[in-house]
Design a protein around this ligand. Sequence first.
Ligand code: AMP
Length: 225
Amino acid sequence: MSGRAGGGWRLVLFGAPGVGKGTQAQAIRTRLGLVHVATGDMLRAAMQAGTALGLQARAIVERGGLVPDALVGAMMTERLAQPDVAGGFLLDGFPRTAVQADLLDGLLAGRGQRLDRVINIAVPEPEILERLTGRRMCSGCGASYHVRDLRPRVEGRCDVCGGSLQQRADDTVEAIAHRLGVYQAETAPLVTRYERAGVLLTVDGRGRPEEVTRRILAGLPGWDA
Ligand code: AMP
């Protein structure tokens, strides 16, 4: 049997916008039996539902900024207290700041837990720009496509759920430039923190999605693919 004895992983998918965190999350969550927790998806759902959080987040998300730590922290404190993540989780898009990383460490330490791995997916910036400007997302299930490299079977429709494909409001050239700047300033410094903590796994995010998945699984200790 493949897998790891002794229960679920606590993993973070890390990397700049557009490196393929969402795509890899879909591939490895089922393999490892983990609950996928993506702060971007949660914020977009709140925006769509028009909740108080969604209303506060909308303008910030659309111009590519970071939603304040206090809001994201409260959202994640509540989410990580749910019983479904007790058996392991795959965080995607969180933490993005030192304050969020401190909060996560504190939440886990309170339960005698720690992160197993922070998977840092590395892709050169010109390729990131190409990926994000061509990205289209399903408005129904969030599946990701690309106008040239990953086209749906039926133009404009999601292969998975049939939902309509749209460009994200923050995938414009201006918002992308802002998001990459914010990533370098606020998020990239966390790489050193996790490297020092001995949990960093850096993988090359170029090539076919299946190849990247293989590299990730090969880097997880004790995982027998
Ligand atoms: P993503 O889907 O991960 O690219 O996130 C989309 C947008 O949601 C980001 O550009 C931010 O505006 C916001 N967001 C997602 N996760 C966080 C976070 N951990 N902290 C602050 N803002 C976030």
